[in-house]
Design a protein around this ligand. Structure first.
Ligand code: F6P
Length: 484
């Protein structure tokens, strides 16, 4: 009952992404527990059902590898949340180089403009070796898709991990309709050109192998087109929708701004497990106002500057001391990378410093939780007076869209102007420059001071804008556009 039948997709659809809808953890006793994957990509593609298609993804860790060894790579839909999943057991060295090396240590940093963090790419022999593993990883997906796709199928390739797959499919299976979707921002040419020329060309040509390359906002689509023009000398046109023409082929660009799933959220957020967590949080913060944030502990999410802005609020506006609590959930992410581990430690350190500087016997200024708990995140959404979403850059940011949907008190949204969501929510959110700590502190003050009627009005409009394109429609819209 939890998983409705899939949408009518009129024919076979294959989805390919690094992270799939499920991952397994291996218990000490050898037992395997399946857990649903999080994040915008998984949320957006959750409409795929057996009978309509198959989702091809990578085995991400020892749990997934053990599951493939035990059950085979085609998983039982009962274990996957109702989806037909084929999990590829990519050799560990290839996966490590492709995912942690090329995708997350280079492409992610470039698209998110994380140049002021320790991003010092060295394109030497070691990188070249990683790049060939990235190519091998992409080839493994292309092999699996070539094998599984019935003639004329639609294939939806996801994200920066798989930028070479559309080009490979174009060579091998010209009968397929291939779409590529970027869930990240796209870098402006000045930064994209940090990549060695040959690699920059391969990434762009790989994606241009698709019939259609789609993005979360117009801004990211235009940045991609600008990179194609700059690096490849491709022609971009807006005459009949945005297109890029190179080497005699035209790729259409599309924009689909993934929205929040109102129906799912409104049902899920009011179940007893969420009520329980809400009561526990309430007991912790009392009747104080709350500023809530929920993120992966991710450099681009800008959590440390968010804490510093809160600190600045307490410094400059002493009237809030003791009257507000910052409820910050920062869930572990990409802990194989040293820079993420260091960032995680810094988040805790700054939170502790604020608590040491301002805390009193009855008041803990920052309540930081680092253990991923979806029910508790929903409880925080419900109780929030203010939501802080201040990424340096973000493809969309679904938290900004989810909070207004389940908010019980009318929640003021302080939102980075560099998040894709700002394009749709900009009128009713308080937009901030994510680098500007004083400006963010001032926006927090305005948000906390907003009167209840105005908050309520804004929240209603935010919620309507945030749910304009729910996942199922987002998915079908892309398929229709690919086939059209
Ligand atoms: O492209 C963005 C994205 O795929 C999001 O959907 C998701 O939140 C995040 O990256 C997940 O990263 P990872 O799979 O490395 O944990």
């Amino acid at each position: 009952a939890e998983h409705p039948p899939g949408p009518d997709t009129e024919g076979q659809v294959l989805v390919a992404s690094n992270r799939g809808p499920v991952s397994f953890t291996l218990g000490e006793d050898g037992s395997l527990t399946a857990r649903r994957g999080g994040g915008g990509l998984v949320t957006g593609l959750s409409a795929l059902r057996p009978g309509t298609g198959t989702w091809i993804c990578a085995a991400l860790g020892e749990g997934d590898r053990a599951a493939v060894a035990r059950f085979g790579s085609r998983l039982d839909p009962a274990d996957t949340g109702g989806q037909a999943v084929r999990m590829l057991d990519i050799p560990a060295g290839t996966f490590e180089a492709a995912y942690n090396g090329v995708a997350n240590s280079v492409l992610w940093f470039i698209h998110h403009l994380l140049y002021q963090t320790p991003f010092e790419p060295v394109f030497d022999a070691a990188f070249e070796a990683q790049w060939s593993e990235y190519a091998a990883y992409n080839a493994a997906f292309a092999d699996a898709l070539t094998e599984d796709a019935a003639p004329g199928s639609a294939v939806l390739v996801q994200d920066y991990h798989l930028s070479l797959v559309p080009g490979l499919l174009r060579e091998r299976r010209p009968d397929l309709r291939v779409g590529h979707f970027s869930h990240t921002p796209w870098a402006p040419p000045e930064l994209f050109r940090v990549l060695p020329d040959a690699i920059a060309r391969r990434v762009l040509l790989g994606i241009l192998g698709a019939d259609r390359a789609a993005f979360l906002t117009r801004r990211w689509a235009r940045a991609f087109a600008a990179c194609c023009a700059d690096v490849l000398g491709a022609e971009m046109s807006e005459a009949d929708g945005l297109t890029v023409t190179h080497g005699g082929r035209t790729t259409r660009l599309g924009v689909h701004g993934l929205g929040a799933d109102a129906e799912f959220l409104r049902e899920r957020a009011f179940r007893p497990d969420v009520d329980e967590r809400l009561a526990a949080l309430r007991a912790q913060v009392g009747d104080r106002r709350t500023i809530v944030r929920v993120d992966r502990t991710e450099l681009s999410k800008n959590i440390v500057r968010g804490l510093l802005a809160y600190r600045r609020l307490l410094t400059d506006r002493p009237q809030w001391r003791g009257r507000v609590t910052h409820v910050a959930f920062a869930y572990p992410s990409r802990q194989d990378l040293a820079v993420y581990r260091e960032y995680t430690a810094e988040v805790s350190r700054v939170a502790e410093e604020i608590n040491a500087a301002f805390g009193t016997e009855g008041w803990t200024p920052v309540v930081l939780h680092v253990k991923d708990d979806f029910a508790r995140s929903l409880a925080a959404y419900r109780m929030a007076d203010v939501a802080l979403v201040n990424p340096i850059r973000d493809g969309m940011n679904l938290v900004a869209k989810e909070v207004p949907v389940v908010s019980e008190r009318g929640c003021a949204l302080v939102l980075s102007r560099e998040a894709g969501a700002a394009a749709e929510l900009g009128e009713d959110a308080l937009l901030v420059n994510p680098y500007d700590i004083a400006g963010t502190a001032e926006a927090l003050h305005r948000a906390l001071s907003m009167d209840a009627d105005e908050r309520d009005r804004r929240t209603k409009r935010l919620s309507a804008a945030a749910t304009a394109l729910p996942p199922q429609t987002w998915f079908l819209e892309q398929l229709a556009a690919l086939r059209g």
